[in-house]
Design a protein around this ligand. Structure first.
Ligand code: ADP
Length: 668
């Protein structure tokens, strides 16, 4: 086994690889860009080497810098993680040529799977079942259409160089064919510089089931069961699980054997994943092979009790596979949820921001959190906005799902928008519980999954008011006063024979609220909001809050960030901010906040002339962040007097973008 390993990656996967290397007694070298100088993976590694500026193409994709770092530090092997250079055959080859071990398959195996059409051809030859389709070189539109007609609609057009769902189009009838082909070709040329298409039968309700395979350099090859990754949005996985619900031993064996056959067909080594579409009738078809460790590998680890990174390192060091097929046992059920800084209500647009408050659920034999960030870290425009992977395990699917929803509720993130509520809604949706899975799941159950937490003003406003009051008191408490019974340390304002009222003003659920808190002699407060009285006790210790109402005690967490407060309750989070009487902060000013940059990014275009009158909702300018566009719209009728930025300018999140004057009528 090598004694020093360089990890050519960042974030959670770099941290996860370092953990295993450390357990095996292997020293670790991290690499980092300017943006990651203080990142967790850099702090965890034994050594770290700077490889360039923040943009990935100038740092994490610079093969030469990474190889130089390995040679300079005396690392003998490079683990590429996933993404970045992990499926770059040139990089794998360059490592080998420089005497470094690439922890992954030989470059020829990566190349063989690089084109979807070529991969299908190889798999067809090896006897692995394929979706009926045309994968030929002749790209005449007339011929492609004939092929589509021969297999029968619906069909799917796919870019052979494709990935991430780009260059893909469903075609439901002959009339649509030509237009769909042209659109898919345009997208494929723009994204991959290659418009070659394949045509295949479109399965209307398939599941995405993938098989984990492993091969060593001694002729051994096994499969480590399957993962069901059917729950996808925009062809991207959201929640993965293992084993696949409803999988029979016979089908597992058949799919596993086909996957091993696929790996053998390209003389594979190390960890790989063979993706299949599983049709309603139990037929399965090869889709593609990923020649690296997958994001969702932890669910396989939890049901097999194996550490797949350890297996990768052992195989790369020339050892035999730790287990043979018949020795592998499966136990229980595991889920993984990907937690992202993104806005599910805004088409999953990635969001940047500072993780001002971050509290993961406690880890145990049932709950695992793979992350690469800490409180205070920034989610920047430069990299994938994943915050963490939450992985849970239990004896049955039902119990594991229960673990998942509880852990999602216990995950507390403040300072940026996340998909936590979306994941929670998904995990608790009845059809998901019943495992009615297929790749159209999210689309079909939109209303169930995108539902917002019920706003309950009666419930939330008094709690928010009390939380704010207790927070203020905590800030003002004399630091030396530790005696909880001392009257000098008490800030309740309770006085003998003389009620003393406290006032707090806050903005919560789009309401400006003026609350009065009257301390009660028997403890707690009577909280008055718009004439409604609520009796509530509360105690705040650090950020842990306990409320009591009519003898019912509930726990909550209060997170305080520069944006305001978030009160995390058992049934969801409630956001609010303090209004101070003298700042003149009104609802109108808050609406104008919509003209600030929603994230760090670049100005793409200005859509109106300065001085133009516009109507409410009119698009004013377009910003881009993380390769996605975001439109800034007029908050009301009015005039745009000036833009503060020009196309191409870089803008910090929160910066004012333009001067806007609401029209007289709108103000009246
Ligand atoms: P990419 O490499 O762009 O991610 P894939 O070939 O892996 O594309 O397919 C991505 C997803 O598209 C699959 O997980 C599945 O949901 C859907 N898909 C692919 N091929 C078919 C098909 N023939 N019928 C139905 N859905 C498909």
């Amino acid at each position: 086994m090598f004694d020093k390993l360089l990890i050519a990656n960042r974030g959670e996967i770099a941290c996860r690889i370092i953990r295993t290397a450390r357990r095996l007694g292997i020293a670790t070298v991290a690499v980092y860009s300017d943006a990651d100088r203080n990142a967790l993976h850099v702090r965890m590694a034994d050594e770290a080497v700077h490889i360039g500026p923040a943009p990935a193409r100038e740092s994490y994709l610079q093969a030469e810098h990474i190889i130089a770092a390995a040679l300079a530090t005396g690392a003998q092997a490079i683990h590429p993680g996933y993404g970045f250079l992990s499926e770059n055959a040139g990089f794998a080859r360059a490592c080998t040529e420089r005497g470094l071990v690439f922890v992954g398959p030989p470059s020829a195996a990566i190349e063989a799977m690089g084109s979807k059409a070529a991969a299908k051809h190889i798999m067809g030859e090896a006897g692995v079942p394929l979706v009926p389709g045309y994968h030929g070189a002749n790209q005449e539109p007339v011929l492609l259409r004939q092929e589509a007609e021969r297999m029968g609609y619906p069909v799917l057009l796919k870019a052979t160089a494709g990935g991430g769902g780009k260059g893909m189009r469903q075609v439901w009838s002959g009339d649509e064919f030509d237009a769909a082909l042209a659109a898919a070709q345009r997208e494929a040329s723009a994204s991959f510089g290659d418009a070659t298409m394949l045509v295949e039968k479109y399965l209307t309700r398939p599941r995405h089931v993938e098989v984990q395979v492993f091969c060593d350099n001694h002729g051994n090859a096994i499969y480590l069961a399957e993962r069901d990754c059917s729950v996808q949005r925009r062809h991207q996985k959201v929640i993965e699980e293992a084993p696949a619900p409803g999988m029979t031993a016979a089908l597992r064996d058949a799919m596993g054997t086909a996957a091993v056959q696929a790996a053998r067909a390209i003389d594979y080594r190390g960890a790989g994943t063979v993706e299949f579409l599983l049709d309603e009738d139990g037929s399965y078809y090869f889709m593609e092979m990923n020649t690296r460790l997958q994001v969702e590998h932890p669910v396989t680890e939890l049901i097999t009790g194996q550490d797949l990174v350890e297996w990768q390192l052992r195989v790369a060091a020339g050892e035999e596979l730790p287990l043979q097929q018949q020795d592998l046992t499966l136990r229980g059920h595991a889920f993984e949820a990907r937690i992202y800084a993104e806005d599910p209500d805004n088409d999953f647009l990635p969001v940047t921001g500072t993780l001002a408050y971050l509290r993961a659920p406690d880890e145990s034999s049932h709950v695992r959190v793979d992350t690469g960030v800490q409180q205070g870290d920034e989610i920047s425009v430069h990299y994938d906005p994943m915050i963490a992977k939450l992985i849970v395990w239990d004896e049955s699917r039902e119990r594991a799902l229960q673990r998942l929803s509880t852990a999602l509720r216990d995950y507390r993130i403040g300072g940026t928008v996340t998909n936590l509520d979306f994941l929670y809604n998904l995990a608790t949706a009845d059809p998901f519980r019943r495992a009615e899975l297929d790749t159209g799941f999210i689309e079909r159950h939109q209303t169930l999954i995108f539902r917002q937490r019920q706003q309950d003003l009666q419930r939330d406003l008094p709690m928010a008011a009390l939380a704010l009051f207790l927070h203020r008191q905590q800030q003002a408490a004399p630091p030396g006063c530790l005696d909880p019974w001392s009257p000098w340390g008490s800030g309740t304002g309770w006085r003998l024979n003389e009620p003393h009222l406290h006032h707090v003003m806050l903005h919560c659920h789009q309401h400006d609220v003026n609350a009065t808190l009257e301390p009660l002699a028997r403890g707690g407060f009577s909280i008055c909001i718009e004439g409604q009285h609520t009796e509530l006790r509360g105690e705040l210790r650090g950020d842990e809050l306990v409320f009591e109402q009519d003898g019912h005690r509930r726990r909550a967490t209060l997170a305080c960030t520069t944006e305001g407060f978030t009160l995390y309750l058992a049934d969801g989070a409630c956001h609010f901010r303090e209004l101070r009487p003298d700042t003149g902060e009104t609802a109108q000013n808050a609406a104008a906040g919509g003209l600030n940059a929603p994230m760090n990014g670049t100005v793409v275009s200005l859509l109106v002339e300065p001085g133009s009158d516009v109507q409410a909702g009119a698009p004013l300018m377009i910003m881009e962040a993380m390769k996605m566009e975001h439109t800034i719209r007029a908050p009301g009728d009015g005039t745009v007097s000036q833009f503060y930025f020009a196309p191409g300018d870089l803008v910090d999140g929160g910066a004012p973008l333009l001067a806007f004057a609401a029209s007289e009528d709108a103000r009246a």
